[in-house]
Design a protein. Structure first.
Length: 145
């Protein structure tokens, strides 16, 4: 099954462009336009990775990231923060909130795809232990002997 990527972006043209480029590379995508929607969507079907804008209506990307890290079902979910905030202090804050990677707009779609591939590669040991579309609350892990 194709990896599923949640794009959390309130600017429709940005979300459409990213979704188009990712689907062209073989990923399944879904778009959430605010932080509350992102949190609800991740509870419905666990994505394999989240591309998360910082400046969102309702709940900020920073707070979404923190909440995802506190939940058992998304603690190890790869998150790439994508934002116009490019100062060093912003990058540090984004990474300290729990993001695995940080990209500044404008960005290269090719670089974004490469970073997604790298993040998914690093996350495979965790995500390979579960069926792709099963809610995390239903996982039962048994060590092999």
């Amino acid at each position: 099954m194709k990896p599923y990527i949640l794009i959390v972006e309130d600017e429709a043209p940005q979300a459409e462009m990213l979704s188009y480029n990712l689907e062209r590379e073989g990923y399944r995508t879904r778009v959430a336009s605010d932080g509350d929607e992102a949190l609800a969507v991740t509870s419905e079907e666990a994505p394999d990775l989240v591309v998360l804008d910082w400046m969102l209506p309702v709940v900020s990307g920073i707070e979404v990231c923190r909440q995802l890290r506190r939940r058992v079902d998304s603690k190890h979910l790869p998150i790439i923060m994508l934002t116009a905030r490019g100062e060093e202090t912003d990058r540090v804050r984004g990474l300290d909130s729990g993001a695995d990677d940080y990209m500044v707009k404008p960005y290269s779609p090719g670089e974004m795809v490469a970073r997604i591939r790298a993040s998914l590669r690093r996350s495979r040991p965790v995500s390979a232990m579960r069926p792709w579309n099963m809610p995390v609350s239903l996982w039962i892990w048994r060590p092999t002997r």
